[in-house]
Design a protein around this ligand. Structure first.
Ligand code: FAD
Ligand code: 2HG
Ligand code: ZN
Length: 472
């Protein structure tokens, strides 16, 4: 139970600035970015150092009070939102925003968990390096949240997910002990690699307070194209053509259905269509190289020429200049927000093997259209990783509540189809509270058992972000 006395002890640790209890100030911490989840909390604690985080966690643990770690609150599964009891404490990392070190020789950067992703990209760039994680939410999401969700985004194809980009972690464990694992080593085979337990744990095993992340040589030339395609099968074929020709220079390969792009054209400021007529599918292809004059434009045009010859592509534009590159990315990155203007957006972030994507989309679309005639299927995503955002909007003249009531039924259609192609029901957003129960139906019982064992080992009293990830 939270008591005035507990709040007083927390205040002693974090000071006046570090404790929020006023309802008006609490509000922003109690719901997520898109307003899909809402909870309430006894307080928000904003520690400014690892030692303060440890002291806060120790105090809460001593009183049996649950802690909900929170970064930028951009997560899409309700993982950072407290429950409705009013007894949980939100632990925001927003005051831990220090870049502790940049080591261009070791190609690493050491940052605190509350540093915003874009600030890490900028700190790396200032040293002539690249930190490659790239998400639509990069202006708000934090490194702690990126690690805890094992974030993916639009450059996974070339650089991997957050799991691939982390070398070391500093973590406050549920009992308040600090694990000093901030090693910047690319080789370290001294037993189990514990950092991987905390990456993707969505705050259920401890609070990440800092990390050592990998840097890469800066990208000095880029080529970007927007390609219109008749089908998903054609998009997969184009992926094969570009990958075979461009190899590691392929950094992004994003698929969008016409419906997805139409939402951005309708709601995105300044968005405009590139071709005279609509096409069923589009792909945004991006190449990057460390050489300033790498001839990427010519390379991309050769790939597109082959695609036209094989009748894979319907139309294509290679961006000329950075303004057009930005406009193409805005069309892609604007989909998530644009869909919010069209009523409830039922999100399904799934992966299947790239070789199955076309059959998967055909079969799933058919089943959804049979269930809800006129349903607007907003499919887009990181097709090069096999990751689609299979999002759904109500029919044009549909009713919000009636559509929301069918969310579970429609989710089942998408997830059963995903599962029949040996896919995953969460590719990059995590489980949070939204898929916590569902995962029991789609994940191997032994895997879930092992996960419960790890939770029991690290957090036997279940006080670290309860009600998230693990089925009840
Ligand atoms: P939060 O939302 O605050 O928290 C997410 C989870 O991590 C919660 O469970 C929370 O408890 C836990 N957590 C946060 N900080 C810590 C910490 N320090 N220690 C322990 N646990 C912690 N995601 C992708 O993967 N790819 C995308 O392309 C992508 N694009 C997006 C685009 C938009 C417009 C939006 C709104 C979201 C997008 N996301 C994407 C989802 C989201 O941005 C990511 O999941 C991001 O990593 C969350 O970071 P955050 O700091 O906002 O975390
Ligand atoms: C993206 O790729 C994000 O744009 C968000 O992962 C997806 O909002 C979504 O469903
Ligand atoms: Zn995504």
């Amino acid at each position: 139970m939270t008591s005035p006395e507990l709040l007083e002890r927390l205040r002693e640790v974090v000071g006046e600035e570090g404790l929020v209890t006023e309802p008006a100030q609490l509000d922003g911490y109690l719901s997520d970015w898109r307003g899909a989840y809402r909870g309430t909390a006894a307080a928000v604690v904003r520690p400014a150092s690892t030692e303060e985080v440890a002291a806060v966690v120790r105090i809460c643990s001593g009183d049996g009070v649950a802690v909900v770690p929170q970064g930028g609150n951009t997560g899409l599964c309700g993982g950072a939102v407290p429950d409705a009891s009013g007894r949980q404490v939100v632990l925001s990392l927003e005051r831990m925003r220090r870049v502790r070190a940049v080591d261009p020789v070791n190609q690493t950067i050491t940052v605190e968990a509350g540093v915003v992703l874009q600030a890490v990209q900028e700190a790396a760039a200032a040293q002539g390096c690249l930190f490659p994680l790239s998400l639509g939410s990069e202006g708000s999401c934090t490194i702690g949240g990126n690690l805890s969700t094992n974030a993916g985004g639009t450059a996974v194809l070339r650089y991997g997910t957050m799991r691939d980009l982390a070398l070391g972690l500093e973590v406050v464990l549920p009992d308040g002990r600090i694990w000093h694992g901030l090693r910047g080593l690319r080789k370290d085979n001294t037993g189990y690699d514990l950092k991987h337990l905390f990456i993707g744990a969505e705050g259920t095993l401890g609070v990440v307070t800092a990390a050592v992340l990998k840097l890469f040589p800066a990208v000095r030339s880029r080529a970007t194209a927007w390609v219109a395609l008749p089908s998903v099968r054609a998009a997969v074929e184009l992926f094969g053509i570009v990958r075979a020709l461009c190899g590691d220079r392929l950094t992004g390969f994003e698929l969008m259905s016409r419906q997805s792009v139409e939402f951005v054209l309708r709601h995105g400021a300044g968005a405009r269509d590139l071709f005279g007529a609509p096409h069923p599918w589009y792909v945004l292809v991006e190449l990057g190289d460390t050489l300033p004059e790498a001839g990427l434009g010519g390379l991309l045009e050769s790939a597109l020429a082959e695609a036209f010859e094989r009748e894979v592509a319907g139309d294509a534009v290679v961006a000329s200049g950075s303004a057009q590159v930005d406009a193409l990315w805005a069309l892609r990155e604007g989909i998530s927000e644009a869909q919010n203007f069209e009523g409830p957006s039922l999100k399904h972030d799934v992966t299947v093997p790239v070789s199955s994507i076309a059959d998967f989309v055909e079969r799933t679309d058919r089943a959804l259209r049979e269930a809800v005639p006129g349903i607007r299927i907003v499919v887009y995503g990181h097709i090069g990783d096999g990751n689609l955002h299979y999002n759904l909007s109500k029919p044009e003249d549909g009713d919000d509540d009636a559509f929301r009531r069918r969310a579970d039924e429609l989710g089942r259609i998408v997830y059963d189809s995903t599962s029949s192609f040996d896919g995953s029901i969460s590719a990059e957003h995590g489980l949070g509270q939204s898929k916590r129960e569902l995962v029991a139906d789609y994940k191997d019982a032994l895997e879930l058992d092992l996960m419960r064992g790890i939770k029991q080992l690290l957090d036997p009293r279940g006080l670290m972000n309860p009600g998230k990830v693990l089925p009840g």
